[in-house]
Design a protein around this ligand. Structure first.
Ligand SMILES: [Zn+2]
Length: 319
């Protein structure tokens, strides 16, 4: 496979991006950590508490990513380090706010922020004494069991933060125009018969299926089909990419439709000419699909009319 025929991030690191991510997520985490702390303190359902705390980290991670992208970081390794540091900050802020809310002394938040050792001692004491119980049990959760819960929660924090906040491998950036690009879905459901051709595209970076492009009605007959996504830089008109995904629609046990997605090829670099040809072929295929659908409908109506004519009509009652 020719690596140069598929888009890859340049890997250029921007420490400004990481710093912006850290700044943004920390600024958002300070007020959010209090919302989190009050909710956890006064909602007596532990499962809800976990959801709230994951919501807190989710928001912080999202904001981190926005900041990092605004700062144009294209290096995933640096992004990984940035998300780990930002998540540590968030965890720290959450604990400081929680201890402050629990002790009903909000001012100590700022003291704890500046004294990690004091915060650590508070957490240590809290784990030993505990402050809540689970379900109908009157016993307070404390000691090793509580510590294990907290470690699991912290690991979940990091997992969520990295999954949401870290720069995705499939992100696309135009180096010439210094901007991030979004991909858009191209209209039309492509016949799954082209699946193997598209897999060949992944290996050979060729698009020999273009003249055979056929569209289908995705429902109800063709529950498996292919969708194309394109990404282009409208600014320089110098960067075009194509991605193909296979979609399998099926009914689950509850009778709801479920869609499974798999990648056939991703971010194939194409030129403007190929892009235009692809759009032309897609439009052509859509016209053909509509024609075929109309012909099918007409044939069905004709058959139904013939069948109706053959059925003898019951004799009318004599008056
Ligand atoms: Zn550009």
């Amino acid at each position: 496979m020719d690596e140069f025929k598929f888009y890859r991030l340049s890997g250029k690191a921007s420490f400004v991006g990481v710093l912006m991510g850290l700044l943004f997520s920390t600024l958002v985490a300070i007020p959010c950590s209090f919302v989190y702390a009050y909710a956890v303190r006064y909602i007596p359902i532990i499962y809800v508490n976990f959801l709230i705390s994951f919501g807190y980290v989710f928001v912080a991670a999202l904001i981190y990513k926005i900041g990092e992208k605004m700062g144009h970081n294209r290096n995933r390794m640096i992004s990984f380090v940035g998300t780990v540091v930002a998540c540590t900050f968030c965890l720290y802020l959450a604990w400081a706010a929680f201890v402050a809310v629990l002790s009903k002394e909000l001012n100590i938040f700022w003291v704890l922020i500046q004294n990690p050792q004091v915060l650590w001692e508070c957490i240590h004491r809290l784990v030993q004494s505990g402050w809540f119980s689970i379900g109908s049990s009157k016993e307070t959760v404390s000691g090793i069991f509580y510590a294990v819960l907290l470690v699991i929660e912290a690991l979940c924090y990091f997992w969520i933060f990295i999954a949401i906040g870290m720069l995705e491998a499939e992100a696309i950036y135009c180096e010439r125009c210094s901007k991030w690009l979004d991909s858009k879905l191209l209209p039309g459901s492509i016949d799954i018969a082209l699946e193997n051709d598209m897999l060949r595209t992944r290996d050979m970076a060729t698009m020999d299926w273009l003249p055979r492009l056929t569209l289908v009605d995705p429902f109800p007959d063709n529950a498996t089909y292919i969708q194309l996504h394109s990404t282009a830089c409208d600014n320089c008109n110098d960067l075009y990419m194509l991605t193909a995904k296979k979609l399998q629609v099926s009914k689950n046990k509850e009778g709801n439709l479920e869609t499974k997605e798999s990648m056939l090829f991703q971010n194939l670099l194409i030129n403007k000419k190929d892009t235009e040809e692809l759009l032309r072929r897609l439009a052509e295929a859509e016209v053909n699909r509509q024609k075929a659908a109309e012909q099918k409908l007409a044939a069905e109506q004709k058959l139904a009319a013939e069948a109706a004519a053959k059925t003898p009509t019951p004799p009318a009652d004599k008056a």
